[in-house]
Design a protein around this ligand. Structure first.
Ligand code: 5GP
Ligand code: ZN
Length: 114
């Protein structure tokens, strides 16, 4: 648990969240400000700053995060498809520095642009 980290506090249950899915090492919950009908964040329960940090430390654990994201897509019945985003670093607009993957779907998400 990293001091002052919002997503560590959510994993610990100190900040409330709406759980969607959980495994021994991952936790998935609904984004507070959804961009799409389904917008779920999947995080490792342990603190890693971003995807690159977890990839370097423990690639199998990163695999668990993505496997959980795929399970979330199934649970949310995103049969039309979905998009997974992992903002990494300042140019991406990452605002919470605890690795999270966004699972988005439930509508046509359009092309990636920008
Ligand atoms: P980022 O921009 O870092 O990739 O995404 C951070 C996400 O966390 C944003 O989509 C934002 O809406 C979400 N978020 C920020 N604070 C909270 C919170 O307290 N609870 C939940 N469930 N989501 C949050
Ligand atoms: Zn954290």
């Amino acid at each position: 648990m990293a001091d002052g980290c919002l997503f560590c506090a959510i994993v610990a249950g100190d900040v409330p969240s709406t759980m969607v899915h959980e495994t021994a090492r991952t936790y998935a919950f609904r984004d507070l400000q959804p961009w799409a009908p389904t917008h779920v964040l999947v995080v490792p329960k342990d603190h890693f700053t971003d995807l690159a940090a977890l990839a370097a430390a423990d690639p199998a654990y990163l695999g668990e995060v993505f496997a959980a994201a795929a399970e979330v897509a199934e649970l949310e019945s995103l049969s039309g498809g979905h998009r997974i985003i992992a903002n990494t670093g300042p140019d991406s607009g990452q605002t919470v520095f605890h690795l999270h993957v966004h699972v988005l779907g439930g509508k046509n998400l359009g092309a990636l642009a920008g």
